[in-house]
Design a binder for this molecule. Structure first.
Ligand code: ADP
Length: 152
């Protein structure tokens, strides 16, 4: 059976931190679906199609990586895609506390799907989409935190 992982997130925008987690997870899975969660309650800085295009551009040479958009519960989306693994990145203790609760609740909702965590590479541990958005909003240059195909 194909080992499929879903890497869910807002990717507003995708950063080198996300890219690093995806690339390091590639040897573990047959396919990684980078899934942009579209939550109508949430305000995003970048348009959904824009975010999707940036992720596609960053993985244009990786045929194991696909990009999709979903609504609703991540765990339901994994089931729909026949993905038994949910991939998340961990940067720090805050991520850990938050992610632990989500992972444990998700396991209660569906115990056939395992959440797999990868610690971020040290050099990307400080990269955060919220701060990247602040830099861009204030006219700074965030290129060093973003994949080369993105220029804002
Ligand atoms: P969400 O809104 O679900 O937090 P994000 O797009 O911010 O979505 O993040 C998606 C995933 O990427 C999460 O697992 C998050 O911990 C991880 N992530 C975000 N930034 C980094 C980074 N710099 N290094 C590693 N993982 C990261």
């Amino acid at each position: 059976m194909k080992k499929i992982a879903v890497f869910p997130g807002s990717f507003d925008p995708i950063t080198l931190g996300h890219v690093s987690v995806i690339k390091r997870a590639l040897p573990l899975f047959d396919e990684i679906i980078v899934a942009i969660g579209n939550n109508s309650q949430k305000k995003y800085m970048f348009d959904l199609k824009q975010r999707e295009g940036w992720i596609k551009g960053a993985f244009v040479n990786d045929n194991k990586v696909s990009v999709d958009i979903y609504q609703g519960l991540t765990i339901d989306y994994c089931e729909k895609k026949n993905a038994k693994f949910l991939l998340r990145g961990l940067r720090n203790q805050q991520d850990f506390e938050f992610e632990r609760s989500i992972a444990q609740m998700n396991r209660k909702l569906n115990d056939e799907i395992e959440t797999i965590f990868l610690f971020t590479d040290l050099e990307y541990a400080a990269i955060n989409s919220t701060i990247v958005r602040d830099i861009i909003r204030n006219g700074g240059n965030a290129d060093q935190f973003l994949p080369a195909n993105i220029s804002i």
